[in-house]
Design a protein around this ligand. Structure first.
Ligand code: SF4
Length: 330
């Protein structure tokens, strides 16, 4: 049985008559089937997530087989995949492109920046989720989402379209205290994280060396989180042979300096520079600890909660007071 016939069987039934084949379905189901089988996304990306989206479209994953062909014009597109950080400046352009797309149209918010602003959500220039600007049908978590996650989100959108069930969500923050939309999709958890532990600030080199000697040779990422009461560093190490990950966390309270892992993992070099630049954390023993994103003479560290967020806020930028009031309502 061909793919088309198999997929048509999901929306109706074939009848064999003398001299003819008859297919019985409803026009709604037929149109939904046609729409979900020919989604044409707009060629458009915003930040690092877009790189992952490009690899999803490339030959290894090959989205053409889902009937997806990217278009360079919004007028020929019916899907916008928002992949990357949405800045206040870009928000207007995104809205214009969305308005220019053909209807019916759908939106996938891909990656934690597009979903919520992620670690940039408190920054004056970032929109805390693209659903402040346009309605979103499917959210694909990750920083960035893997190609498999992108495909999962697209298949989910196809499911919703074929059932006629797309119910785009608009700016979850506006629902606080009212009728919050509920989503029933289960959260998929990463299965390969085998251990997550907190270690002391002066033990990070020791633990990282120990795990490296056990086969965790790949430093997936180092990231920092500002919990207001203090900064926490998170290190993710991977054993690519066993496909297992471990996570080391360090709470930094007063002393914002920790040993560098750059002699242990080559990839630590630029990641530590990024954390130094954005959070002001020092890495002792780093060979070249200087800013990597902001200009050398920039004042302050933009990902710290104390960083000013009161400028450049309209129209898609909540104030600090609004954030605080949501926190108490949530
Ligand atoms: S979610 Fe992560 S990978 Fe995606 S745009 Fe934001 S920072 Fe970059």
């Amino acid at each position: 049985m061909g793919n088309v016939e198999r997929s048509l069987k999901e929306i109706g039934s074939f009848m064999k008559l003398p001299g003819a084949n008859l297919f019985v379905t409803s026009t709604t189901k037929l149109f939904n089937w046609a729409q979900k089988s020919s989604i044409w996304p707009l060629s458009f990306g915003l930040a690092c997530c877009a790189i992952e989206m490009m690899s999803t479209f490339a030959s290894r994953y090959d989205l053409d087989r889902l009937g997806m062909i990217t278009r360079a014009s919004p007028r020929q597109s019916d899907l916008m995949i928002v992949a990357g950080t949405v800045t206040v400046k870009m928000a207007e352009r995104i809205k214009t492109l969305y308005d220019q797309m053909a209807s019916p149209k759908w939106v996938i918010a891909a990656g934690s920046c597009a979903i919520s602003g992620d670690h940039y959500r408190h920054i004056y220039s970032v929109v805390p989720g693209v659903d402040w600007v346009i309605p979103v049908d499917v959210y694909v978590p990750g920083c960035p989402p893997t190609p498999e996650a992108f495909i999962d989100g697209i298949l989910e959108l196809q499911n919703l379209i074929s059932k006629g069930e797309t119910s785009p969500a608009y700016n979850a923050a506006t629902y606080v205290g009212k009728d919050a939309p509920t989503r029933t999709n289960g959260i998929k958890k990463e299965k390969n994280l085998i251990e997550s532990r907190f270690v002391n600030q002066d033990e990070i080199l020791e633990y990282a060396s120990e795990y490296k000697s056990k086969g965790f040779l790949y430093l997936k990422f180092i990231t920092a989180t500002d919990f207001e009461e203090g900064l926490t560093l998170t290190y993710s190490l991977s054993n690519t042979k066993t496909n297992e990950d471990i996570e080391l966390n360090v709470n930094l309270r007063s002393n914002l300096e920790i040993d560098s892992l750059s002699n242990l993992f080559v990839g630590a070099n630029w990641q530590e520079r990024e954390i130094y630049d954005l959070f002001g954390i020092g890495f002792a023993g780093h060979p070249n600890l200087k800013r990597i994103m902001m200009p050398e003479d920039w004042i302050g560290h933009p990902l710290k909660k104390e960083y000013a967020m009161e400028t450049h806020r309209l129209p898609y930028r909540p104030s600090k007071e609004e954030y605080e009031s949501w926190k108490t309502k949530l």
